[in-house]
Design a protein around this ligand. Sequence first.
Ligand code: ATP
Length: 139
Amino acid sequence: MDEKPVLTVDVVTPDGSVYQNQTTMVVCKTTLGEIGIMPNHVPTLAALAIDEVRVKVGEDAYDEIAVSGGFMEFSHNTLSIVASAAERRENIDANRAQRAKERAERRIAEAKEGHNIDELHRAEVSLKRAINRIKIAGK
Ligand code: ATP
């Protein structure tokens, strides 16, 4: 029987490897939209959005990883995802993310009041990270 071709996916952060597996498909959200990577896909380099990476692990089953932006690079059937932070769904602390969300919302309100555009942008990114974690943890 023919073996299905597979690719290796590796998610790394400054703290080390967060996830490594072999799979037949990975779905990533790039800053330009969703991309599905299957074995023998053309070499690809893309910036990742603050969103989820889904790794197919069964007929209708996926491992889900929250990524806080970064890059994906695919070549020679290896998908390397380099993210500033990444957590597997089961490792997300939803209460912590909820607290981070509330903190970011307060910072946004204060930055708007103080017309502090740089702080507003930073707080908006923090809010995105928190919302992304809450969404993925709640699946
Ligand atoms: P917080 O304010 O709660 O620290 P943050 O968005 O500032 O959130 P990051 O700077 O993105 O946190 O991440 C710092 C480290 O903490 C990373 O290793 C990241 O994976 C981890 N981390 C952040 N939030 C969570 C969470 N809700 N659950 C599990 N790990 C988390």
